[in-house]
Design a protein around this ligand. Structure first.
Ligand code: GLU
Length: 384
């Protein structure tokens, strides 16, 4: 099927682990399954010891507060879910803090809405915050901001949120811990002929058809949202696994080869995002850069303010700008990490001076390399 080695958690550089409510919350007690959480915290500590950065997308807020608030009907109204999430999120965060601190790890909470992963300015903020937390050795614990999310602006399931987070922080692997050990050709609970698929190289129509209907009860995911997550993640160049989460130490078991389904990154993955940057937007400004910076970009570096000699235009943080060499030739374009006025003030200066110049310390780069598309010098670049 493919010559490239299969993804393996053992080799992950940065992994997002999505954990559903049914794994975290004991329905009989309406409380966190603390022993299971402790085992996951242990697994996270051992992944970090092997050099893998770990971000958790954790459900469970609504499920944790339902009983306490007497909201036991299977389907809740939006405002009841919002109320339950407000109460339950505190308990959920506390459960993670307790479990991780036993392994000398610091939990950090982020509550996101779809806007935070799609709107460029907010996306840059969320990404910078996550990257900083990881650099500081924390374990970010993310959930949807259910308390303020309305129907229209809601992910509704954490499978897709996990995939968006993986895309945002350039994770190389996304693991969806589930009640099943992967994708089957049919529902194995009622079809004895259902066959397990260890690898999915492409999300074809026949694979999509294996999605089925969402499950009853507290979980909002099911196989359908997992396949949607697979599309987002694999298009972003991230491998995704569906693995069984029940039982202690699910991540260590996966790392040691437990059965799962791996969805392989799409071959054209990175170019899809780069095409979006290069083709779908009109630049709102220009940055002229010196020869050293041109060389650095060609070598794959980000654009630092030090190499910028002039900034023109009126753009906001997150807007597209074109990058010109000294002769005025367009050599790249990308998403600015600073607004035009700020970019003008830091142009030509070392990144260490950003705080002194602006009064606050942003990212070191004017355009991060993940947000930058480099053109061949002769290439015709319609929008940039
Ligand atoms: N964000 C919801 C919660 O924490 C769960 C969403 C999901 O189950 O995917 O309760």
């Amino acid at each position: 099927m493919t010559d490239t080695p299969l993804p393996a958690l053992r080799t992950a550089r940065r992994v997002v682990v999505k954990i559903g409510s049914a794994l975290i919350v004991d329905p009989a007690e309406a409380a966190p399954r603390q022993a299971w959480l402790d085992s996951v915290a242990h697994d996270i500590a051992s992944l970090r010891a092997q050099g893998t950065e770990v971000v958790v997308v954790s459900s469970g807020a609504i499920a944790l507060a339902r009983h306490q608030l007497g909201l036991t009907r299977p389907v809740l109204r939006l405002e009841e879910k919002q109320a339950a999430a407000s109460v339950g999120q505190i308990r959920l965060a506390q459960a993670w803090t307790d479990a991780l601190s036993r392994h000398e790890l610091t939990a950090a909470q982020l509550l996101l809405t779809p806007d935070d992963t799609e709107h460029r300015n907010r996306y840059l903020n969320a990404r910078a915050s996550l990257n900083t937390l990881l650099a500081l050795g924390c374990v970010p614990i993310i959930n949807e901001n259910d308390a303020i999310a309305t129907t229209e602006i809601r992910f509704g399931d954490n499978d897709r949120l996990g995939a968006r987070v993986a895309e945002m922080i350039n994770a190389d692997q996304l693991v969806l811990l589930s009640d099943i050990d992967g994708l089957y050709t049919a529902d194995p609970r009622n079809n004895p002929d259902a066959r397990h698929l260890p690898v999915v190289a492409a999300l074809t129509d026949s694979i999509e058809a294996m999605g089925g209907a969402p499950p009853p009860g507290y979980s909002s995911g099911g196989m359908r949202t997992k396949l949607m997550a697979a599309r987002i993640a694999t298009q972003a160049g991230c491998a995704m696994a569906i693995a069984r989460g029940q039982g202690l130490h699910p991540l260590s078991r996966l790392r040691d080869g437990a059965r799962c389904t791996w969805f392989l990154p799409a071959p054209d993955a990175r170019s899809a995002r780069k095409n979006w940057i290069a083709g779908s937007l009109t630049p709102a400004g220009h940055a002229v850069i010196d020869d050293g910076a041109v060389q650095a970009l060609i070598m794959g570096s980000s654009l630092l303010p030090a190499g910028v000699t002039e900034v023109t235009g009126d753009f906001d943080r997150g807007d597209l700008i074109a990058v010109l060499d000294r002769q005025g030739q367009k050599i790249a374009c990308g998403l600015a990490a600073y607004a035009a006025d700020e970019a003008r003030r830091i142009a030509g200066h070392q990144s260490e001076r950003i705080e002194a110049l602006l009064g606050w310390q942003g990212t070191d780069e004017l355009i991060h390399r993940d947000d930058l598309v480099l053109f061949a010098k002769t290439e015709n670049t319609p929008n940039c």
